[in-house]
Design a binder for this molecule. Sequence first.
Ligand code: ACO
Length: 452
Amino acid sequence: KSSAGIAALEVYFPQKYVEQKELEAFDKVGDGKYTKGLGQTRMAFVDTDREDTASMCMTVFHNLLEKYQIDPKEISRLEVGTETPIDKSKSIKSYLMSVVPSAHTDLEGIDNIHACYGGTAAIFNAMYYLEHQRQINPNETKYAVVVCGDISNYKEAAARPSGGAGVVAMLLSSKDAALRVNLATKASHFEHVYDFFKPDPASPFPVVDGHYSNLCYLRSLDKCYQRFKKQSGKNLQDYDYSMFHSPYNKLVQKSLARLVYNDALDAKGVPSYINSSNVDASKLEQLLSVSQENSYSDKEIEKTFGALSTDVYNSKVEQTHLLSKELGNCYTASLYIGLASLVNNQGSNLNDKDLLMFSYGSGLAASMYEINAKENEGRFSLQNMQKVLNLQNRLQQRTKASVDEYASTVDSNVKRYLENNRQSTTGVDHLQKGTYYLKDIDQMWRRKYERK
Ligand code: ACO
């Protein structure tokens, strides 16, 4: 069995955030709509006068190399996943070339773009590359890096609380990785739909049909899970943790319930791993007879399986949600900030644990696969990843912004979206040491960055 996979992990998120509770009051929606209804706590946001997707990716990539003492010359593949590029032709990957020594140009890989799926596509590409290298020279250890992440903003007031920002960098090793990516049983689902897309080049915002997108997401989850179960012979019970792409936390709770519902359909009753002392058998039978098509809008199914899966959620999912509740949707990084949250919370305790991963990108592309954790020694151990991530501390060092500041920042980000020939003027005091920031954009839209 291959031991290739993720050997090191680093995240970067903007230093400013807004409280979802305050956003509820500002938007004059009912108390609890964003915090309970969507399950979110805070949301990170970026002032694009100083930071953009390229700067954030450079920051996280450089920090990964420094914190794990990785010689960039050892990396032979560098893939990026994003859906908020800053140029329609020039890749974010090309900006990352300014982080590695100028002589190290034999470094393949470019951007993977398809909504929130790009990070997963980048991982798959890097894994295929490493497998190819292993076949050529089984004795040599090869390294690849995947950098993924986004700045997520919406035009519609209802969708704004499901924005966010954050990036992840991962070192992938062809051997002895602590987080072994197992693609042997991977299951995917692709379709042509218009649920969330970005057809207007003059706007940073997506066109989004939020409720339809949730339906597409859950339908893709069902398809992937059903295929995955056939291919692997396993189900939810066989996994210690389960991670999902997270537009917002409530959808993840519903996703977990959906897996339990799928297992109940197969078991023709409550799955054996659920403690179900007070389920009405005839009601359950009736719920399991609802057609698949109608099941998505059936509130009774949602409620019943939501309640049945509460304990499973607490044990298998909650630990993966530290960052996504604090940062909001990081699009291509969303699933992998879930992984970072889990490693941050569990470290070496993840040894011998199996993780189930579900990735979704609107439009649509979806995959389910597993990761098997195996503790290592030294800089690429789970213990060291936990030490490097240090998330609670880093989250505490952020600065809370008022909702007014958040709203005016989003407004000026929109105004600046297509602007060239400008000097950045916003201060950089709030940025952490090691952060890349934008200096200016010249007349030809060429961007200059510096590192703090
Ligand atoms: N207290 C507690 N809960 C509340 C309250 C309240 N005061 N008010 C509403 N709620 C609940 C609702 O009952 C609902 O729960 P349910 O989903 O379990 O039924 C939930 O909060 C949301 O309320 P809605 O009325 O459905 O919210 P709305 O329609 O205004 O918007 C939506 C929600 C559709 C998710 C919107 O935020 C959106 O479009 N976001 C973008 C999502 C997106 O990008 N999808 C693409 C997915 S792929 C990707 O990641 C890009």
